[in-house]
Design a protein around this ligand. Sequence first.
Ligand SMILES: [Zn+2]
Ligand SMILES: [Zn+2]
Length: 212
Amino acid sequence: MSSTESDISASISDSSDSSEYVFGSRYLPYEGEPLAAVGDDITDEFCKEATKEADLDGLTPAILESRYDRKNKVDSWCKCGKCSDQNLVGALEFRCCHEITEAIGKLTFDGSIEKISCVTLHEDFNALTNETVLSQVGPLLRDRKGKSYRCRSGTPYKEYIRAVAYRWLARWLFGYMGPENTRPLPACIYENIRVRYNAGGQTGYVNAEERS
Ligand SMILES: [Zn+2]
Ligand SMILES: [Zn+2]
């Protein structure tokens, strides 16, 4: 066990503070993070139907399913060159950073899109996904009940780090979206994080309603 893992276990066993969210192995990417802006302000029935059909990135379930089934191969939809379907879990994860306005916005805002093709190549992405940064940021994140994140004893440390990374990166891309709201990240980000922090047992993106 590394010293970091020992520290985490120790902080858990020492802590009886009920305000802390205990991270468990059933943790899902983006648990507690914002789901789209499908809000009360949408009252028009037509709008509701349209929202059900295409998600915030303009992708329909049919498009995502055809990618998931490999009827549309990754080369046909990835424009950044960094997406891979090797480590993707659910159909919702089959999207390129070029299809996410907020991700492309990161590259256009500072002009880096002239030099780099993918959000995972952005210098802020590297800084934000540094392991030390993630280990420090985890306890600062809050779940929807306002509890902070802790790694439960017995849960692989890297699994915890991945979960923190998903939440942290969603906040970087989309900002704070409010409780009960979530949005999937692009495939290039899932690939990057799962390869770098690989401990097996990937849990894919699950939207807020399907979470236990
Ligand atoms: Zn891509
Ligand atoms: Zn990308």
